[in-house]
Structure formats: structure tokens, C-alpha cells
Design a protein around this ligand. Structure first.
Ligand code: ADP
Ligand code: NI
Length: 214
């Protein structure tokens, strides 16, 4: 990134996540910025808007910061302090609002820039990094890795999704395998195809090993 305000936004995100998440989610933010930059370049989206929205997309996340989530207070404060004009600020805040996955209630961003950021965020949940994140999340939340007796639930609403206490393998069916079909851009769809194929191979091997067959 050679854009000074994006660098500042990343530093800001680093600070926000350091206090709350031990730095872990800053790495997610960095990956999303890099992916969003790549998608935006291929799709011809406005790079400045995409980079800023990607860098700030999780600083008011409901899990991290329920009190600032509705007003996107942290992102709004950063943009105001950096003298970003009203109209651009409104656009970036709108994109941040559109980006979060929320089961059947999720929205398609109105702008190409929003579509690029949402795709990048969703791509970071799949592939090898997606597998690692899923099991890291499962471990942190005391979830069982796999239980052949517990089938996955599909088509959950945002509320059901947030409350669900499924196994980590079920999470692949309840969320991760749905993401490829939800990509907005052709660039992201292509990346998602590869990442999904890897996850399917991973689960085949996982079950084979679980059953003592391979
Ligand atoms: P986002 O990056 O959109 O904020 P979430 O906060 O829902 O996504 O999830 C963060 C990461 O944790 C993602 O990689 C996601 O797949 C994973 N995750 C969320 N819920 C679960 C779950 N129930 N089991 C396993 N992994 C999960
Ligand atoms: Ni995210």
C-alpha cells in the first residue's frame, strides 16, 4: 500500500484490535486490504475508497465493539479526523455497513467498491486461511471439531447464525460453502472456486482419517 491515509487507517485498526483481540483480527484486516486491492484493480473499482473501507471494515464490528457498532463511531471518527469529505465518508460508512455477513439477511452492496470489499472479506473465510480460522474460532469457543451424529443446519437467519453452537466441520456447510455463490465479482468468484475446492478436499481427507480409512 503506498496510500498514506490507508496506512494510517491500518495503524488505527492495529490499535483497535490490539486492545481487544490480542492483534489477531488485525491480520484479517491486512489480508482483506490486500485481497480487496487485487479485486478492485481487476474490476476497475476506485482504489482509494476500497482500501479505506477494507482497512476500517471491522473496527466497529458488533462482536468487538457492540457499543460503537450501530453508529460506526470509530470508523466515522477516523475519517472525520483525517479530513475526508462528508460525501466520501458517507460512502465508506455505507460500504462498511453492507460488508458484514448476516445469514439470509445479508445485503448486496450498492457500489462496485462495496462489492470488492465484501468479496475480499468473504474470501478470507475460505481456503487454507479459512480452514485455519474456523478451527481457531472453534477452539477459542470450546466447540467440538466434528460429530458425525450432528448434521449441519442450512438457511439460518442472522440471529440463528449468531446463536448456533454447531461443530466446526458443520460451520463449513452452514457458512463457508455458501460463500462462493455469494461473490459479487468474477475475480472473486474465480478465487473462491479454488479455495472451495481446497476445503472440500480437506474435509474428504479429514473424514477419511476420522474413519481410519486413509
Ligand atoms: P467476519 O470476518 O465476517 O467478521 P465472523 O466474525 O463471523 O466473520 O467469523 C470470523 C472467523 O471465524 C471466520 O473465518 C469464520 O468462518 C469463523 N467462524 C465464525 N463462526 C464460526 C463457527 N461457529 N465455527 C467455526 N468458525 C467460525
Ligand atoms: Ni472481516
Amino acid at each position: 500500500m503506498n496510500d498514506p491515509i490507508t496506512e494510517d487507517a491500518l495503524d488505527f485498526a492495529k490499535q483497535v484490535f490490539k486492545n481487544d483481540f490480542g492483534g489477531h483480527d488485525y491480520d484479517h484486516t491486512l489480508r482483506v486490504v490486500r485481497l480487496a486491492e487485487r479485486i478492485a484493480a481487476a474490476e476497475g473499482a476506485d482504489l482509494g475508497t476500497v482500501l479505506l473501507a477494507a482497512a476500517l471494515h471491522d473496527v466497529d464490528d458488533y462482536k468487538l465493539s457492540p457499543e460503537t457498532c450501530a453508529g460506526r463511531t470509530r470508523a466515522a471518527g477516523f475519517l472525520r479526523e483525517h479530513g475526508v469529505p462528508e460525501e466520501r465518508t458517507a460512502l465508506i460508512l455505507e460500504i462498511i455497513g453492507e460488508v458484514s455477513f448476516a445469514g439470509k439477511d445479508s445485503v448486496t452492496p450498492a457500489t462496485l467498491e462495496g462489492k470488492c470489499v465484501q468479496d475480499a472479506d468473504r474470501l478470507d473465510a475460505i481456503g487454507a486461511v479459512g480452514v485455519a480460522r474456523a478451527f481457531a474460532y472453534g477452539g477459542a469457543h470450546g466447540r467440538v471439531m466434528y460429530d458425525p451424529e450432528r448434521p449441519p443446519r442450512e438457511n439460518m437467519t442472522a440471529k440463528e447464525y449468531r446463536r448456533s453452537r454447531s461443530t466446526t466441520v458443520n460451520h463449513f456447510y452452514e457458512k463457508l460453502f455458501l460463500l462462493r455463490g455469494m461473490m459479487n465479482t468474477e475475480t472473486a468468484r474465480e478465487l473462491a472456486r479454488e479455495r472451495e475446492a481446497f476445503m472440500r478436499e480437506f474435509l474428504d481427507r479429514f473424514r477419511g482419517e476420522w474413519d481410519g480409512k486413509i
